[in-house]
Design a protein around this ligand. Structure first.
Ligand code: TMP
Length: 213
């Protein structure tokens, strides 16, 4: 995976209910206090393929696991490369981009649906590695409790047996720095502020290292 320059691409990963969106919003605020403006985005994106994926995730349409894996890869290439608001363009202009989910989600979730890992990497090969992956490591029990509290409808991956398989897949993938870039891993079971305190300590260390080198 090639790295784009000169902006910074920071990706959040974790199980459904892990708290990635909350932590991403807190990091955006913290960065703005350091006079760093960061764009925020997510996958599935709001682009055309993302809209179809969202319907499949919410079980309003039925797609096979293979079609879903390809749709995520399709959404990702558009999200990265489209001329209007693609991530690559923002990074090229020097912006920081914070993204809720990226390639690791495809590798962890779609492999847990029986898709071959090497095939998943192949269909995502256009996707460059982020500078940093922040993995919010939240226990299944806490994820399920948060999912039940906030959502009134079923989703494809909102079942604890599925989340268990996804968690195992994530743990194996996190050792691969060619996929994650610099890894920040935090315990997601605490309060928002407890989790963020752990996150920002590690993140600041990375910022200091990356400006020194
Ligand atoms: P979220 O927007 O609430 O995080 O939901 C997105 C869902 O889509 C979540 O269950 C994870 C799943 N997903 C995949 O299965 N593969 C992917 O590549 C991405 C980005 C998300």
């Amino acid at each position: 995976m090639k790295k784009p320059t000169p902006g910074k691409f920071i990706v959040f990963e974790g199980l459904d209910g892990a708290g990635t969106s909350t932590q991403m919003a807190l990091l955006k605020n913290w960065l703005s206090q350091q006079d760093i403006f960061a764009e925020v985005t997510k996958e599935p994106s709001n682009g055309p393929a993302g809209v179809v994926i969202r319907q499949a995730i919410e079980e309003r349409i039925v797609m096979t696991p293979t079609a879903i894996a390809l749709a995520f890869a399709c959404d990702r290439v558009d999200h990265l490369q489209n001329d209007a608001n693609g991530v690559q363009k923002s990074l090229g202009q020097g912006s920081w981009v914070l993204c809720d989910r990226y390639v690791l989600s495809s590798l962890a979730y779609q492999s847990s649906e029986g898709m071959d890992l090497e095939w998943l990497k192949a269909i995502n090969r256009f996707a460059f590695a982020p500078h940093v992956t922040i993995f919010v490591d939240t226990s299944i029990e806490v994820c399920v409790e948060r999912i039940n509290r906030r959502s009134s409808h079923n989703e494809l991956f909102h079942h604890s047996d599925k989340l268990k398989t996804v968690r195992t897949q994530y743990q194996q993938l996190l050792d691969h720095s060619e996929l994650t870039g610099h890894l920040v891993k935090v315990n997601g079971d605490g309060t928002e502020q407890e989790v963020f305190a752990e996150l920002i300590t590690q993140f600041q260390q990375w910022m200091e290292q990356s400006t020194a080198s």
